[in-house]
Design a binder for this molecule. Structure first.
Ligand SMILES: [Fe+2]
Ligand SMILES: [Fe+2]
Length: 195
């Protein structure tokens, strides 16, 4: 697929609007996950507590940066944002049932899915909206740090962890797909074809 056909299939204004809405809603969901985990993290150790507190603070910053970018481009929040928040609290509480490793596995699975979509968004937006590309690039650095911390905190070969992270990945990918009307997954396939 050439750049011209990419532009035809993914007009900038519509695609950017969907990217901003899903990213903002996703950040609200991420805040809810970390907040719910923090209600119980004092049961474990200071390292986990510190990580969750810092990650929550990062996600609040990401949410605010996306909200600012939305205002600058005349985009309103996704009407389903409250559902992302409710889902985030539920997922955070479910992960706590798996103890400290459940919390880290949840972080790894969520951040891995997010990371993949941020990469595609950066690839699409580069040269189309440089300011937003920079915002996503900067946020991606912190998301990568969350992902790495999560991945170091559980055993990916453990069967129950595989099942749980697989379940989380399916849920997050489905939500992102629904919120972008399928754009996120179509964009991934289209960008692979242009390589
Ligand atoms: Fe984030
Ligand atoms: Fe994150």
């Amino acid at each position: 697929m050439t750049d011209a056909s990419l532009d035809a299939e993914f007009p900038l204004v519509r695609t950017r609007r969907r990217i901003l809405k899903v990213n903002h809603a996703g950040e609200c969901g991420a805040i809810a996950i970390y907040r719910a985990q923090r209600w119980f993290s004092s049961l474990w150790d200071e390292d986990l507590n510190g990580f969750l507190a810092e990650a929550e603070e990062h996600e609040i910053g990401h949410r605010d940066r996306f909200r600012r970018a939305m205002r600058e481009r005349g985009v309103s929040p996704c009407p389903g944002t409250a559902l992302w928040v409710a889902g985030g609290y539920i997922l955070g509480l479910v992960s706590v049932c798996g103890g400290k490793r459940g919390v880290y596995a949840c972080t790894a699975a969520v951040e891995r899915a997010v990371h993949g979509h941020l990469d595609e968004q950066i690839e699409f937006l580069a040269d189309r909206d440089d300011a937003l590309t920079d915002v996503i690039r900067e946020i991606r650095i912190e998301e990568a740090a969350h992902m790495n911390e999560g991945e170091a905190g559980y055993n990916p070969n453990c069967q129950s962890a595989k099942g749980f992270t697989g379940f989380v990945t399916v849920i997050v990918e489905a939500l992102i797909g629904l919120a972008t009307f399928g754009d996120s997954h179509r964009l991934r396939r289209a960008l692979r074809r242009t390589c």
